[in-house]
Design a protein around this ligand. Structure first.
Ligand code: AGP
Length: 612
């Protein structure tokens, strides 16, 4: 949560800060602020506004300029979203400014200590405590003061610091929250996300936990908090500007839904070996010991949150059916605080689009502590979870900016299918079966495309149900998790209450909700349990429920028992979620748009949840 940016150079930084903040607005959007230093008579301005970055932008006078600046967009943790609680925070002596992403867990005890020394506070934030702790330790060296302060801090941070008494530098430091330095020509930058600096430079240095950077306009020095110089490698950002722009779509979410034929392909690219009926996953095979542990695992836990947890459930079905390994899927937040049984042959897979989710990261650390081999499935290259795990597989779905996860989900399902296939081919699965699944994988991009071509029909159905107050999503087998995912998408962006259930479970409770006002979405494709789903549909119809079915092409029976039918092409059972989820993503999207809501930035949410 929260996004930070900083600039030091010769040009005016206002545009850079605002554009950079807009690029990380997905990380939090309840308030934002900037500090701009003009250099003339040591003058600086601090502007903070509740609401979106647009609000902040409106409040920056056109005459304001400066060639050093720091900015922040907030997702509130300590204190409500208001101007006072917004960042940058300033020290009591009004000389030190701080932007912070993360949480200072021991801020209450630090606050008491500072109060004893006469400090006072205007906000409810943990960040204001940290900026004053830096002032408290300041003699004549801001770098030193930051280091001493951070040594006292418990928690997580990605920070940017500016001190009026040393206006030729910015200080950045990282522990547990993403942070990188952008290398420009006569100017340098810091940011939470490469997207913020991509317009200015593609050259970046990713900071590691426990590191601090001293940034001037012509140099960047990396050190540890204990003052050892760290030699860093400059990397080139692999994303293009078009990856982080809407490119003509009205929302990022819509763009990302429509990108799926390409992203599904990108996830599989170079990984399918048809002639062997097996996949090749370099992120696993390049770690032979870890790979061996996965192939010989006697138990797999999959830990994740939200949408990633839904793909994990699909992974459980796949791995148990084809790889014949017992799998337990856990909410990462539960796994970390209970006492799961980890044996020497237990492997823990963490799924996270962002690779930064605090609960998932903590679950991985707990698993490692107990001796498990850990594997990451992440989208963001170089993210914390991808580094923390012993080996992993990247999704390669490209930046996902809409808060509601779409293309990452389909890529996660593909990745889990590849891992399953890999293990299964080392066990009982025949070449023929592996070959068949790979053939089906290769067809998926075109099949996804054909569903998207039908989006107008889904939009029409969405229009009819835009005022519904509740939705029920039902599916069975591989498509039970898709029912959960469809309900989550609708809840997140349309604020309509929705529940997902295994279809048969409906009669054990949710059936009481069904009446003529209750739309029930069934995933009723032609698979091995199709007949059972049809029975469930009839049970809903018998109680006057309104049925919308996601069904297979060529299924005529379904028309007679459903009020609305969305037809999709067929694929093999384990891959079906990749296709069945697409109409549900579109349905949620169109309903939210009809309700006039901010699809990309739904209330109270943030793209990457880096707090517990
Ligand atoms: C998905 O639409 C959500 N915004 C959310 O549930 C998300 O999937 C969850 O926070 C996990 O994120 P991660 O995949 O980045 O770990």
């Amino acid at each position: 949560m929260c996004g930070i940016v900083g600039y030091i150079g010769n040009s005016d930084c206002v545009r850079f800060l605002i554009d950079g903040l807009k690029r990380v607005e997905y990380r939090g959007y309840d308030s934002a602020g900037v500090m701009i230093y003009s250099g003339k008579d040591r003058s600086n301005v601090l502007i903070k506004k509740t609401g979106r970055i647009l609000e902040l932008e409106k409040n920056i006078d056109k005459n304001i300029s400066g060639n050093i600046g720091i900015g922040h967009t907030r997702w509130a943790t300590h204190g409500e979203p208001n101007d006072e609680n917004s960042h940058p925070h300033v020290s009591n002596n009004e000389k030190i400014f701080l932007v912070h992403n993360g949480i200072i867990e021991n801020y209450m005890s630090l606050k008491k200590k500072l109060e004893k020394h006469g400090y006072s506070f205007y906000s409810e934030t943990d960040t204001e405590i940290l900026v004053n702790l830096i002032q408290y330790n300041y003699k004549d060296d801001i770098e030193e003061a930051v280091k001493i302060a951070l040594a006292e801090v418990k928690g997580t941070y990605g920070i940017g610091v500016f001190c009026l008494d040393e206006p030729d530098k910015l200080i950045a430091a990282k522990l547990g929250s993403p942070l990188l330095i952008g290398i420009g020509n006569g100017e340098n930058y810091f940011a939470s996300d490469p997207a913020s600096i991509l317009k200015s430079t593609a050259e970046v240095v990713y900071m590691e936990d426990g590191e601090i950077a001293v940034i001037t306009k012509n140099s960047v020095v990396h050190k540890t908090l204990t003052d050892e110089i760290v030699k860093k490698t400059v990397e080139t950002i692999s994303i293009e500007l078009s990856d982080i722009e809407k490119s003509g779509y009205s929302h990022f979410m819509l763009k990302e839904i429509f990108e799926q034929p390409r992203t599904i392909n990108d996830t599989m690219r170079g990984r399918l070996m048809l002639e062997e009926g097996a996949p090749k996953l370099g992120g696993l095979t390049q770690h032979p010991e870890i790979y061996k542990s996965l192939l010989n695992a006697e138990k797999i836990f999959i830990v994740a949150c939200g949408t990633s947890w839904h793909s994990a459930l699909i992974g459980e079905y796949m791995l148990e059916e084809y790889a014949r390994i017992p799998v337990e899927v856990e909410y990462a937040s539960e796994f970390r605080y209970r006492d799961p049984i980890i044996t020497p042959k237990t492997v823990v897979i963490a799924i996270s689009q962002s690779g930064e989710t605090a609960d998932t990261l903590a679950a991985i650390k707990e698993a490692k502590r107990k001796g498990a081999v850990t594997i990451g499935i992440c989208n963001v290259v170089g993210s914390t979870i991808s580094k923390e795990t012993d080996a992993g597989v990247y999704l390669h779905a490209g930046p996902e900016i809409g808060v509601a996860s779409t293309k990452a989900f389909t890529s996660q399902v593909i990745t889990l299918a590849l891992i399953t296939l890999d293990i299964a081919r080392h066990k009982d699965m025949s070449f023929r079966q592996g070959y068949k699944i790979i053939k089906e994988l290769k067809l998926l991009p075109a099949l996804a495309e054909s569903i998207l071509e039908n989006s107008e029909k889904i939009r029409e159905i969405a229009h009819k149900f835009k005022n519904a107050s509740n939705f029920l999503y039902l599916g069975r087998g591989y498509n039970f998790p898709v029912a959960l995912e469809g309900a989550l998408k609708l809840k997140e962006i349309s604020y309509i209450h929705a529940e997902g259930y295994p279809a048969a479970e409906m009669k054990h409770g949710p059936i009481a909700l069904i009446d003529e006002n209750m739309p029930v979405i069934f995933i009723a494709i032609k698979d091995s349990i199709y007949d059972k789903v049809v029975t469930n549909i009839k049970e809903v119809k018998a109680r006057n429920g309104v049925v919308i079915s996601i069904a297979s092409y060529g299924d005529d029976e379904i028309e007679s028992i459903s009020d609305y039918v969305i037809k999709i092409p067929e694929t093999t059972n384990l891959l079906s979620p990749v296709l069945t989820v697409i109409p549900l993503q579109l349905m949620a999207y169109y309903i939210a748009v009809e309700r006039g809501l901010n699809v990309d930035m739904p209330r109270n949410l943030a793209k990457s949840v880096t707090v517990e």
